[in-house]
Design a protein around this ligand. Structure first.
Ligand SMILES: Nc1ncnc2c1ncn2[C@@H]1O[C@H](COP(=O)(O)OP(=O)(O)O)[C@@H](O)[C@H]1O
Ligand SMILES: [Mg+2]
Length: 281
């Protein structure tokens, strides 16, 4: 059994009269990449702020590393890395200067900066001022800054938002590397395809509660449609159902040598979200 790194139980939070989180409950085992999905304004950033004690909940329980969050100490914060939704980098400093700054804050040395720069494609850009960096370079550098102390638990708030496909792929590569090193990752995104690719489990946040929480494949299967799509040689696309009548159709087409391909028609996560919430993502 893997141990629970992080949990929330019945957590509520309101801003004034607006209830943003309404009985939020989930737990994350060690080494999991946990995707926290929801449309803009759903409460993703608020949840990260609660988990990292930048905000205080109204009610409910939160545990971190097996203890109530209230009992977290400095040593626990040293086990956490945060990539927030706003830039953590100083514009007029170079990538390397930024990393050295964060290393110093975390009690690390130049060796850690070198080790990190070597891990991604930034060695040649180390002296570039952040203000002259592309969005992709900034985000990779910000991720490195969050990793400077080799945290066990990483909070990533929409790390690939606004990145082009190449820069996004680079961030995904870094996440895969962290995952294989056993890092527990809490990642928010509103990119369904990203969640499907990167996450072990996904929680879908809707109106302050978790509408569903499961492995991506299980989620899509849960909402599987009763539909089989067959491409045929001479009859075009044939649609049938996943039952005895469908079996007959498939059998006949196979016997006639008509079948080019058969697909079970599973929804993607975007459709799952729509199904769960009645809303477009
Ligand atoms: N400091 C705050 N004061 C008042 N309302 C806030 C504050 N922070 C966030 N909100 C509101 O809480 C809701 C959730 O925000 P947020 O957690 O940033 O959503 P997400 O990250 O999912 O886009 C939004 O409606 C937002 O306007
Ligand atoms: Mg946010």
């Amino acid at each position: 059994m893997s141990s629970t790194i992080l949990s929330m139980e019945g957590v509520t939070l309101s801003f004034g009269s607006k209830r943003v989180l309404d009985g939020l409950t989930f737990s994350i085992p060690r080494s999991e990449t946990f995707g926290f999905l929801g449309p803009s304004g759903a409460g993703k950033t608020t949840t990260i702020k609660l988990l990292t004690r930048q905000l205080v909940r109204d009610a409910g329980r939160i545990t971190l590393f097996g203890r109530p969050l209230e009992h977290a100490c400095d040593a626990d914060y040293d086990r956490i890395g945060i990539l927030s939704d706003t830039s953590s980098l100083y514009e007029r400093m170079s990538i390397e200067e930024n990393l050295r700054f964060y290393a110093k804050l975390r009690g690390r040395g130049a060796g850690d900066v070198e080790r990190l720069l070597a891990r991604v494609n930034l060695i040649q850009d180390r002296s570039t001022l952040v203000k002259d960096c592309s969005k992709g370079m900034r985000q990779r550098a910000a991720l490195l800054a969050a990793l400077i102390h080799s945290p066990e638990l990483l909070f990533l708030d929409e790390p690939t938002s606004g990145l082009d496909p190449a820069a996004r792929a680079e961030v995904h590569r870094m996440l895969a590397e962290l995952k294989s090193a056993g890092t527990t990752i809490f990642i928010t995104t509103h990119d369904m395809a990203e969640a499907e690719n990167v996450c072990d489990r996904i929680a879908i946040l809707n109106e302050g509660r978790i509408a569903a929480c499961d492995r991506p494949a299980s989620l899509t299967l849960r909402f599987a449609r009763n539909r089989i799509v067959i491409e045929t040689r001479t009859q075009g696309t044939v649609e049938t159902t996943k039952d005895a009548a469908g079996a007959d159709t498939v059998h006949k087409l196979l016997a006639q040598g008509e079948v080019l391909s058969i697909h079970s028609d599973e929804p993607d996560l975007e459709e799952v979200f729509l199904e769960l919430t009645g809303r477009e993502f």
